[in-house]
Design a protein around this ligand. Structure first.
Ligand SMILES: NC(=O)c1ccc[n+]([C@@H]2O[C@H](COP(=O)([O-])OP(=O)(O)OC[C@H]3O[C@@H](n4cnc5c(N)ncnc54)[C@H](O)[C@@H]3O)[C@@H](O)[C@H]2O)c1
Length: 400
C-alpha cells in the first residue's frame, strides 16, 4: 500500500484550513507534517484541526524558509495571498517539493511561466486549485460543450455575480479591495470564470477587450447620515451593506474571525465592528477595486466570449449560455438545459449536489488528484499551471 504523502500547508487562513480539514479526513493518503503561518492565532487554530481529528500535531513555522531549513516535505499547498505565491513556489521547487498552489497562480504571467518551467525542470507536480474544474456541475458543462455532440462552439456568454455579502466582506472591506496589494478582481475572482471559458473554447485569445470601473462604493455615493462604522451608524438598520447585520445578526462570513485565547467568536465580532477593517462603512473603505466589469475575447478558432462580472447580486451566482453549431446550452449554476437545434430538450439537475460543502466536493477532488499525480508515475493532474495559463493571461490583459 502507498505510504501517505507528507504535506505542508503554507498559509493557514480560510483556504489553508479548508484543505487542512479535508486532509485530516484522509490519513491513508496524506500526512500533514508542517504548517507555515506567521499569524500565531491562526497557526494555533490550524493545529487544533489536526488535534481534534486525533492526528499528531504538525510543526509550525513562521515562514517557508524557516520550514525548508529543518523540514522538506514531499508536497506543499500554497494558500497564502497571491503576492507571496511566486517566491514561496520558487523556494519550494528549489527543494523539489511538489506544489499545489491556490489561484491565482501569481500576479504576472512571467511569474506563472517561471513557476511552471521550474516545476518541469526539477520534475515535480505543479497543480492549481482551480476547483471548478473538479466541480460536478461545471465539469459536466465543459464536457457537454466540448464532446462534439452539439457541433462546434460559436459563442460563450457568462455572468459572474460575486454576491453582495462576499463583495462587501472580501472586496470592499477586505484585503482584496486594494488590487495593487493583492490582484485585480478579474484575476482573483474571475480567473475561475475565464478558465471555464477557455476550457470550453479550447483556443488562444487573439483579442481581449475590457470595460468597467468603480462607481458605487465611493465617498461620493455615501448616504447622508452615515457614520464611519456601522456600529455607530444612524441609518444602519436600513442599509443593505451593514456589517452589524452581516456579522452580528446573521453571523455570516465570520470563519476568519479567530478569537484570542480565552475569548469567544462573538467578542471577536464586536472587536471587528468597533475597531477592525470589517466594521467600516462600505463607502469609507478606500477600496480601489472595480464593482462592474465586462471582458470580451475573440479566440483564434473563431469563438467569441463575454464574461460579465459585478458585485450587485443577492447571491453568488454563475450563469452560462453557450451557442454551438448544433444547439444551445444554458446553465444557471444548478441546472444545465441542452437545446439541440433539432430534437428534444434535456435538463440535467445538479440542485441536490451544488450546495454541498467544500465547493460540492471539488476541494477534496483537487487534493486527491494532486496526490494521485505525485504517487502515480505518468499521471498528469487535470488543473496544472500550463492548463490554466491562458485564462490567467486573459485576466491580466483585462485587468482595469
Ligand atoms: N480556490 C478558491 O475557490 C479560492 C477561494 C478563496 C480564496 N482563494 C485564494 O486562496 C489564497 C488565500 O486566500 P484566503 O481567502 O485563504 O486568504 P486568508 O487571508 O484567509 O489566508 C491567507 C493566510 O496566509 C497567511 N500568510 C500571509 N503571508 C504568509 C507567508 N509569507 N507565509 C505563510 N503564510 C502567510 C496569512 O496570515 C493568512 O492566514 C488567495 O490566493 C485567494 O485568491 C481561492
Amino acid at each position: 500500500m502507498q505510504k501517505p504523502v507528507d504535506i505542508a500547508i503554507i498559509g493557514a487562513g480560510n483556504r489553508g484550513c479548508k484543505y487542512l480539514t479535508l486532509l485530516a479526513g484522509m490519513p491513508d493518503k496524506a500526512n500533514v507534517v508542517a504548517i507555515v503561518e506567521p499569524d500565531t492565532r491562526r497557526a494555533a487554530h490550524a493545529a487544533t484541526i489536526l488535534r481534534d481529528a486525533g492526528l499528531p500535531e504538525p510543526v509550525v513555522f513562521a515562514g517557508c524558509e524557516d520550514m525548508l531549513r529543518s523540514c522538506i516535505p514531499a508536497a506543499a499547498i500554497i494558500a497564502t495571498p497571491e503576492r507571496g505565491h511566486y517566491s514561496q513556489a520558487m523556494q519550494l521547487l528549489d527543494k523539489r517539493v511538489n506544489i499545489l498552489i491556490e489561484k491565482p497562480v501569481a500576479t504576472t504571467i512571467e511569474e506563472c511561466e517561471a513557476i511552471a518551467n521550474k516545476a518541469e525542470e526539477v520534475g515535480v507536480v505543479a497543480g492549481v486549485c482551480h476547483v471548478l474544474r473538479y466541480h460536478p456541475y461545471f465539469s459536466e458543462l465543459i464536457r457537454i460543450a466540448t464532446d462534439g455532440s452539439l457541433g462546434e462552439v460559436v459563442s460563450v456568454s457568462h455572468r459572474l455575480g460575486v454576491g453582495i455579502d462576499r463583495a462587501c466582506h472580501t472586496f470592499v472591506r477586505g484585503p482584496w479591495g486594494i488590487p495593487r496589494l493583492t490582484s485585480s478582481m478579474i484575476l482573483s475572482k474571475g480567473c475561475h470564470d475565464l478558465d471555464l471559458v477557455t476550457a470550453i473554447t479550447g483556443s488562444h485569445a487573439e483579442k481581449v477587450y475590457s470595460v468597467g470601473g468603480r462607481h458605487f462604493f465611493t465617498e461620493e455615493s455615501r448616504p447622508d447620515g452615515s457614520a464611519e462604522r456601522c456600529i455607530n451608524c444612524a441609518i444602519e438598520k436600513n442599509c443593505r451593506f451593514s456589517a452589524v447585520d452581516l456579522y452580528r445578526r446573521r453571523k455570516e462570513w465570520i470563519s476568519g474571525f479567530i478569537p484570542a485565547d480565552g475569548e469567544t467568536v462573538s467578542e471577536e465580532i464586536e472587536r471587528q465592528l468597533s475597531k477592525g477593517d470589517y466594521g467600516r462603512c462600505v463607502f469609507a473603505c478606500e477600496n480601489e477595486t472595480v464593482d462592474r466589469q465586462i471582458v470580451t475575447a475573440a479566440f483564434e478558432n473563431g469563438v467569441v466570449a463575454t464574461v460579465t462580472m459585478n458585485l450587485f447580486t443577492a447571491e453568488d451566482s454563475r450563469d452560462t449560455h453557450i451557442c454551438l453549431t448544433g444547439g444551445e446550452i444554458h446553465g444557471n449554476g444548478r441546472r444545465i438545459k441542452i437545446f439541440p437545434l433539432r430534437g428534444e430538450k434535456t435538463v440535467i439537475d445538479f440542485s441536490a449536489r451544488t450546495g454541498a460543502p467544500y465547493h460540492a466536493g471539488a476541494d477534496k477532488a483537487v487534493l486527491e488528484d494532486f496526490i494521485k499525480a505525485i504517487t502515480t508515475p505518468g499521471y498528469k493532474m487535470l488543473a496544472t499551471i500550463d492548463e490554466v495559463m491562458e485564462s490567467h493571461r486573459i485576466c491580466m490583459l483585462a485587468a482595469l
